[in-house]
Design a protein around this ligand. Structure first.
Ligand code: PEP
Length: 254
């Protein structure tokens, strides 16, 4: 039995037109409040659709146990930032969480720890829970730097005022995202323990409540093994969150 309530969050990335996205959200919500009630008792489920679908998904799942979040937010509340979305805008649509610092944004948009921290700070100010992503590249792991990199990203990306209940951390080794490869259970345990230890330094006793998700090629076939690891409190799921049956199977493995 897990010591914390688990979170299974789906990152749809840049996938989903209106009809398919709403179908997926509708069927997950229906499952969670019918066949999935045993899961719902100890797991929160969240979908993070592209920004274009946050509002219709929020409307579609209103009144159900499924949650909705964003995939990114700007650090500013409003202003001259063409194409960006603020945390307040996501909150206004009914989002509860927002992913920040995903490795695809760190790579595609050159986001630094400092920028991720500013985004997480903005999310907290808007009343959203930031899901702060951290994780090493393959070359960093090969060079024996995984623990040091993750620790540096954790400390650099975590806002002042973060506690175990107002942020979520997702450990996502970059080389495991979308590749079908996963770290060993020992490697996942080692990193999650380090994050928990770093969190104790930064957050004191509330670190015991912090959710530390694992992300990177989580599938129905490996979810039970990954979710059974100490200090793994759920998953951030990419590809497998686009199929209702797979996402449900992952949540059921918690
Ligand atoms: C992700 O994008 O956060 C992710 C973990 O992707 P995947 O599950 O496809 O590896």
């Amino acid at each position: 039995m897990h010591v914390r309530r688990q979170l299974i969050a789906g990152n749809w990335k840049m996938n989903g037109l209106r009809a398919d996205g709403l179908d997926l959200a509708r069927s997950l919500a229906a499952w969670l409040d019918a066949d999935g009630t045993a899961v719902r008792d100890h797991v929160d489920m969240l979908v993070c659709p592209p920004a274009t679908l946050v509002a219709p998904v929020a409307d579609t799942i209103a009144g159900t146990s499924l949650g909705v979040g964003g995939q990114d937010c700007h650090a500013a509340d409003k202003g001259a930032h063409t194409g960006d979305v603020s945390a307040w805008m996501l909150k206004d649509l009914g989002a509860s969480h927002v992913i920040v610092g995903h490795s695809e944004r760190r790579t595609d948009h050159h986001e630094t720890d400092e920028q991720v921290r500013a985004k997480a700070t903005a999310a907290m100010a808007a009343g959203l829970v930031p899901i702060i992503c951290i994780g090493e590249t393959e070359s960093e792991r090969d060079a024996g730097q995984a623990l040091a990199v993750v620790s540096r990203q954790f400390n650099g990306s975590l806002p002042d005022g973060a506690t175990g209940t107002n942020v979520v951390i997702a450990y996502e080794p970059v080389w495991a995202i979308g590749t079908g490869r996963t770290p060993t259970t020992e490697d996942v345990a080692e990193i999650h323990q380090r994050i928990r230890a770093d969190a104790r330094e930064r957050m004191g006793a509330t670190a015991e409540a912090l959710l530390i998700l694992y992300g990177g090629s989580v599938k129905p076939g490996n979810a039970a093994e990954l979710m059974a690891i100490d200090d793994v409190d759920g998953a951030l799921v990419g590809g497998a969150s686009l199929k209702a049956a797979d996402f449900q199977a992952i949540a059921s493995a918690c």
